[in-house]
Design a protein around this ligand. Structure first.
Ligand code: SAM
Length: 323
């Protein structure tokens, strides 16, 4: 079913007070009777029928691009994580109205909260990370300025930010997500390091790290987190949070588990990926002083955008066993 993010005020829950939310949302079209001549009208009632006019841009998509007929279903999203199933009630040159049929929880949001701190890249490469990262399940994109970040990238004006938001929204709609990944303002690496939530698993792939791999860190962290999640571990009982004795043979004491934070029920993993020019040794040392785990992604030097998606996919593999 086609999915569209819309302004939350357009989607009041069906079954709420009949006329709640039936007021046309801002920017939505309202129809005069004379515009309806010759139009296909199937809706069955006015106030209280959860009939809402679609914003112009989406109405154009539904009517002229997707050519959805009256009665056909689509999904509207208000970024709450829910999906609202709607049916085309009326479609005309003047606009498209839909019936809100049902609100239900979205099923495709990731079970791990990935915060991707990406060293700012040339625009096309960064946009690629936004699109593919959204498909793979990133929850927060945090573009960071590193020592070797190319000059001029930081002044990404409002039009660029809007374009990045649109890329994220289209990728979220296409991949079936019901929440839009956040896009944070561009910040220096140091600020992003200071913002790592306490106890979070933070990982920095570095092209000059040759001992410890992403697998090593994820494997130990995920096994701790799984245990931390209250599952019984081979008869050793339920554990509120990982402790030394849990780690006997399971995982590595220096790897913090990706703990749930009060605001986010799922574990959080923060990934730091360098820019085109790579990360400098002092940046890596600074990150280590902030408890970041430095890892190798293998012997080959990956382009920054490849490294970002390889790391995201690996975290999803470990925490969601999605592949
Ligand atoms: N010059 C290339 C480019 O234009 O993309 C490489 C840039 S550099 C290697 C990009 C970042 O990707 C690094 O700072 C690191 O975070 C990550 N990376 C790439 N290959 C890696 C590897 N084999 N192990 C760990 N990190 C890697």
């Amino acid at each position: 079913m086609h999915r569209f993010f819309v302004a939350p005020e357009l989607l009041t829950d069906p079954g709420l007070a009949p006329d709640a939310g039936l007021a046309p949302a801002r920017g939505a079209t309202t129809f005069s009777s004379q515009e309806q001549a010759g139009d296909v009208v199937a809706h069955t009632g006015g106030a209280g029928s959860n009939l809402v006019p679609l914003p112009k841009e989406i109405a154009h998509q539904v009517r002229d691009v997707l050519r959805l007929n009256v009665g056909e279903h689509l999904i509207l999203l208000d970024n709450s994580g829910d999906e609202v199933v709607a049916a085309v009630a009326r479609s005309s040159k003047a606009g498209v109205e839909v019936h809100l049929l049902e609100r239900r929880p979205g099923k495709r949001e990731p079970g791990v909260r990935i915060v991707l701190c990406q060293g700012l890249l040339k625009s096309a490469r960064f946009e690629w990370v936004l699109e593919k990262g959204t498909e793979l399940g990133v929850s927060v994109f945090a573009p960071i300025l590193c020592r070797r970040s190319m000059a001029g990238l930081e002044d990404a004006g409002p039009s660029k930010q809007q374009r990045w938001q649109r890329i994220i929204q289209e990728a979220a709609e296409q991949s079936g997500r019901s929440r839009l990944p956040e896009l944070l303002p561009i910040r220096p690496l140091m600020h992003a390091l200071n913002d790592i939530p306490p106890g979070t698993l933070a990982i920095m792939p570095w092209e000059e790290e040759h001992n410890r791999t992403l697998y090593d860190v994820l494997n130990s962290a995920a096994s701790i987190t799984r245990v931390g999640g209250g599952e019984v571990l081979s008869g050793e009982g339920t554990l509120a949070s990982p402790s030394a004795e849990v780690l006997s043979g399971e995982g590595d004491a220096s790897v913090p588990s990706a703990v749930e934070s009060p605001t986010h029920p799922s574990p959080t993993v923060v990934l730091f990926i360098g820019p085109e020019g790579g990360l400098m040794a002092e940046e890596v040392a600074l990150a280590q002083r902030h408890g970041v785990q430095v890892v190798s992604l293998g012997a080959r030097i990956l382009r920054a955008e490849t490294a970002a998606l390889a790391a995201v996919a690996s975290v999803m593999y470990e925490y969601e066993s999605v592949f």
